[in-house]
Design a protein around this ligand. Structure first.
Ligand code: FNR
Length: 382
């Protein structure tokens, strides 16, 4: 199979992964309206074509949170992404390092921050959830710092879990424990390459950081039960201030969709925000990230770093987000499709494809430097 774009990697991920894992990565909340509008609203944004400008020397280089990167694109935190390929987060972090872009490790990763730090030379960004077990959170902050995390992303759009029908039907969260186990086993049995790569050779089969509270033998069932019991619906801006006081490096609040919330995050001491609806996995019916971005960039841009994620599948989408006011863009499902399809090489290829598409978009819109992209890059109706 020849892989030309992110869609091709998605198709290969679908072929390789057991159904419950593919649906977990690919799916969203309720009827997946927000998931779809993330993609559709991006693709509807027209880019202005400009001609006869010397675009022979193109540069994508950028600076985010005080660090230099090859392009304004990073890998978003994805829980359990490491289950899609052998020691998956380490492979992805290596690919990010080689491409000169940041990798963000989820609290609920399959590999721990220590393993990722050992496996990939770049300092990683660490994502933290606010959960009821504040001792676990404090412990995680200390572990991430000791392992060399250079920025903290605090995810705030998950006080309760989103309702995901695909996960219920696939045997990940619906039905009884015995039925779920049986379904997952049957789905894995028809995906021998994944079973060999992850199931047989991918050990130790622990739950990353969560193993420190659940023990090394805990499995997916214990993990969901722990997550279910630990969602903290009582979280407020005071908790953000408390976390600010415990973390001295750059702090970014992830899961912001309004200018008011963005201003509050910066007032509480955050250095930036991620305009995000969690990839359409939480509040279905929420607006798309790209449509939420411009007023947020107007409110805090220049004072803080504005990231956006949700629906980014091409380098053109990255340019659209930058033109709408983002300083940086995070890839979510796109990098996991690459990882699931072809491991580290797949993530490297996704990043190469995105960079190449960005260069093409830059040249055809008449820009030489990514820093020159702005609202004028969009072809908006007057
Ligand atoms: C996520 N996301 C996420 N976010 C976070 O802060 N911590 C996490 O552990 C996870 N886990 C997670 C799992 C899966 C399977 C997906 C698809 C997403 C949200 C993620 O960081 C990002 O916001 C979205 O993925 C962006 O949307 P796209 O690019 O996937 O459309």
């Amino acid at each position: 199979m020849i892989f030309a774009n992110v869609s091709d990697y998605r198709e290969q991920a679908r072929r390789r992964l057991p159904r419950f894992l593919f649906d977990y990565i690919d799916g969203g909340a309720f009827s997946e309206t927000t998931l779809r509008s993330n993609v559709e609203d991006l693709s509807r944004l027209r880019i202005r074509q400009n001609v006869l400008r010397d675009v022979s020397a193109l540069s994508l280089e950028t600076e985010l949170l005080g660090q230099k990167f090859a392009m304004p694109v990073g890998l978003a935190p994805i829980g359990l992404a490491g289950l899609t390929a052998r020691r998956g987060e380490v492979q992805a972090a290596r690919a990010a390092h080689k491409a000169g872009v940041p990798f963000t490790l989820s609290t609920v990763s399959a590999c721990t921050c220590e393993e990722v730090a050992k496996g990939a030379p770049n300092p990683f960004w660490f994502q933290l959830y606010v959960i009821k077990d504040r001792g676990f959170m404090r412990d995680m902050l200390a572990r991430a710092k000791a392992a060399g995390a250079s920025a903290l992303f605090l995810t705030v759009d998950m006080p309760v879990p989103g309702t995901r029908y695909r996960d219920m039907r696939s045997g990940l969260s619906g039905g009884g424990p015995m039925q779920r186990r049986l379904m997952r086993l049957m789905q894995a049995s028809v995906k021998p390459r994944w079973s060999w790569d992850v199931g047989l050779l991918g050990g130790p089969h622990t739950l990353g950081h969560v193993s420190s509270v659940l023990g090394k033998s805990a499995g997916v069932e214990e993990f969901w039960a722990w997550m279910g019991a630990n969602f903290d619906a009582s979280v407020t801006w005071k908790d953000l201030e408390a976390i600010r006081s415990q973390w001295s490096g750059p702090l970014v609040v992830k899961g912001i969709l309004t200018a008011d919330d963005a201003r509050s995050a910066i007032a509480a001491g955050a250095n930036g925000v991620v305009v995000s609806n969690h990839g359409g996995r939480q509040l279905d019916g929420a607006r798309s990230s790209i449509s939420a971005l411009p007023p947020i960039a107007d409110a805090i841009g220049g004072k803080a770093t504005v990231f956006m994620d949700g629906g980014v599948r091409t380098g053109l989408d990255v340019v659209r987000a930058l033109a709408s006011g983002a300083n940086g863009v995070l890839l979510g499902r796109a990098w996991v499709y690459g990882l699931a399809a072809r491991g580290e090489h797949g993530v490297s290829e996704i990043l190469r494809i995105i960079a190449s598409e960005m260069r093409t978009a830059l040249a055809l819109s008449g820009h030489s430097r990514i820093a020159d992209v702005g609202r004028h890059t969009l072809d908006l109706d007057d």
